[in-house]
Design a protein around this ligand. Structure first.
Ligand SMILES: [Zn+2]
Length: 74
């Protein structure tokens, strides 16, 4: 696992918005990047995006992958 900085998390949240990613549960575009990233087998990154809406009693997250050629300021 790789710890993400605030700047990296903000960059990833921007990437998700740019791609039109929304919460699979409620459709909201307000998603917060998790604090850790996992390296994928092709050297990309996989992170969790958490829904920022208060409508999920146990929280809601989905996976978001970042291709290796995308610079998140690592
Ligand atoms: Zn949601």
């Amino acid at each position: 696992m790789q710890r993400l900085t605030e700047e990296q998390r903000a960059r990833i949240e921007q990437l998700a918005r740019d791609e039109g990613t929304t919460c699979e549960g409620c459709g909201s575009a307000r998603l917060r990047c998790g604090e850790e990233a996992r390296r994928t087998h092709d050297q990309g990154l996989m992170v969790y995006l958490w829904c920022a809406e208060g409508v999920h009693p146990r929280g809601a997250y989905q996976y978001f992958t970042i291709l290796p050629e995308v610079d998140i300021g690592a």
